[in-house]
Write a protein that binds this ligand. Structure first.
Ligand SMILES: Nc1ncnc2c1ncn2[C@@H]1O[C@H](COP(=O)(O)OP(=O)(O)OP(=O)(O)O)[C@@H](O)[C@H]1O
Ligand SMILES: [Mg+2]
Length: 506
């Protein structure tokens, strides 16, 4: 079978960084070819090159044997390439139908034919058994549905090649299944899919071949059926993966944070729980469970209408992130690009933004202090960057995530609230982040961790609160629980005994 796509010895530098180093890669029709590698290995750069966002310094891109030199994404789209980015790129205020046909609205006499556009969008979605109201605006949809819209948009362009950059990083387990269903249908149609992900278990389920990258180079290409996760991991990191250390016992102290009967109409209801010093408490929920909104409420971003909270023994009712921070809380948001980071700022600038006080002496900002702290954080979390002065927006997705975490860890909060802290980070970095959280807990920090990555929750939490429909429906002990148990409680298939609050003051 002749290749749909071939990269022939492509190279790309960004200043001193050699992001791609003579990379060879090919994609066959009807194939899912996974691209894996550590954060900063060059995966997104490779996709950017195929999608016309980045021009190679050297080497060639060929589609069906024809040499291409894309100058824009529309060139790439015209050649049959579509892409669903690491960070979604839809226009929130527009409807599903408008988004699907953005870039080529169904026009007649210069005006958009809305009826036709909606009908076409609906037809396209139903072909994939996707039920979505095409008249809804995209920002009213959950992330999983937005992703479907992104893919439908790609299909509307009659793509032959679909690039998926970490498509499941914002999806709950049940949503991953439906995405896989779509991908299988695409394969049947002969579409070639390049699938970038840090979730090796997913890759082993969905891909036909796997190419491992390290430092911009290809290490190996395997038939998925002929390799193992272990082999792939050791090729990614360039050494044999070591087993995770046994969890060190932690001393758990008194309650640092308490929530009692928090409610916000239509969002969450009657939420009560404690987080104690030295404790990592998980919030587990499937999409639409609103577990992450509870975390936002605790951080001050979504004030509850009723109920009470306390932090460090004092009444705590933050109406903004700033008030939360002032009371000793910190929040690591899920949307690093829009909420968490200043992408045009340097790493140092990003850390300083949350730590001005700590980096100042007698009211004067001490750049050296900030630089040292930033350097320490870069070392500790093994951020792949040229240093404190590099612009954060130039880092790879996973490395941006590490800077975001470092920024808030540096504030040394009493209560740390996190939403999906390891979204898009590679397995090595994920372990680093987990170790870092465990270290903070050991030092007495109270940690509330909302994550749709259930193995993550089971791996580091002392307790896991399961959230469904904005309510805490049960509490589980990670030692006696596995992923399937957690999934069945979160989905409502299985019940848990009601919560009991020790020392509750209500
Ligand atoms: N616009 C840019 N300016 C400067 N450096 C860049 C730019 N884009 C990427 N890089 C660098 O190129 C290298 C490869 O980055 P890339 O985004 O391709 O990694 P990745 O494999 O997608 O990683 P991740 O898993 O974290 O998303 C990194 O060292 C990154 O810092
Ligand atoms: Mg990337």
């Amino acid at each position: 079978m002749s290749a749909l796509l071939e990269l022939k010895s492509v190279s790309k530098s960004f200043g001193p960084t050699l992001a791609l180093n003579a990379l060879d890669f090919d994609l066959l029709p009807g194939e899912v070819h996974a691209l894996v590698g550590e954060n900063g290995a060059g995966k997104s750069t490779a996709l950017g090159l195929i999608y016309g966002v980045i021009a190679p310094d050297n080497g060639q891109v060929e589609i069906e044997g024809n040499r291409q030199s894309f100058r824009s994404t529309s060139d790439a789209q015209a050649a049959g390439v579509s892409c669903v980015f690491q960070e979604l790129s839809l226009a929130g205020g527009l409807t599903v139908a408008e988004n699907i046909f953005a870039g080529h609205p169904r026009q007649r006499f210069g005006v958009v034919n809305w009826k036709r556009l909606q009908a076409d969008a609906a037809a396209l979605l139903s072909e994939f058994e996707l039920n979505l109201d095409v008249r809804k605006t995209v920002d009213s949809l959950p992330v999983s549905a937005r992703q479907v819209v992104e893919i439908a948009k790609a299909l509307s362009l009659e793509a032959k090649i679909l690039l998926l950059d970490e498509p499941t990083s914002a999806l709950a387990p049940d949503e991953v299944e439906s995405l896989f269903g779509i991908v299988r249908k695409l394969k049947e149609r002969g579409i070639g899919v390049i699938y970038v992900s840090h979730h090796l278990s997913e890759i082993f389920r969905i891909s036909d071949r796997i190419t491992v990258m390290r430092d911009g180079q290809k290490v190996a290409t395997h038939r998925t059926s002929e390799t193992t996760e272990k082999e792939v991991v050791s090729q990614m990191v360039g050494r044999l993966a070591t087993a995770r250390q046994e969890r060190a016992p932690r001393e758990i102290g008194a309650a640092v944070f308490q929530a009692r009967d928090l409610s916000l109409t239509g969002i969450f209801d009657d939420v009560s729980f404690d987080v104690r010093a030295g404790e990592i408490v998980g919030l587990a929920g499937l999409l639409g469970s609103r577990s992450k909104l509870i975390a936002r409420a605790v951080a001050g971003l979504l004030p509850a209408a009723s109920g009470r909270m306390s932090l460090c023994g004092r009444a705590y009712a933050p109406r903004s992130l700033r008030e939360g921070i002032a009371a000793g809380a910190a929040f690591v948001p899920e949307e690093r690009k829009t909420e968490g980071l200043f992408l045009d700022e340097t790493n140092l600038g990003n850390l300083a933004a949350a730590n001005l006080g700590a980096f100042s002496r007698r009211g004067l900002f001490q750049r050296k202090v900030a630089a040292r702290a930033t350097e320490r954080a870069i070392d500790q979390l093994e951020v792949k960057t040229s240093g404190p002065e590099q612009t954060t927006g130039a880092l790879s997705g996973g490395n941006q995530q590490k800077i975001l975490l470092a920024k808030w860890l540096e504030t040394q909060p009493r209560l740390l609230v996190l939403n999906e802290p390891t979204k898009g980070v590679d397995i090595g970095a994920k372990r680093k982040i987990h170790e870092e959280l465990e270290r903070c807990a050991k030092d007495g920090m109270a940690i509330l961790l909302a994550s749709s990555d259930f193995p993550e929750l089971l791996g580091i939490c002392d307790r896991i609160l399961v959230v469904r429909d904005g309510r805490i429906v049960g509490e589980t002990d990670p030692q006696n629980f596995n992923e399937d148990d957690l999934l069945s409680v979160a989905s409502g298939a299985q019940q848990l005994p009601a919560l009991v609050h020790e020392g509750a003051d209500s």
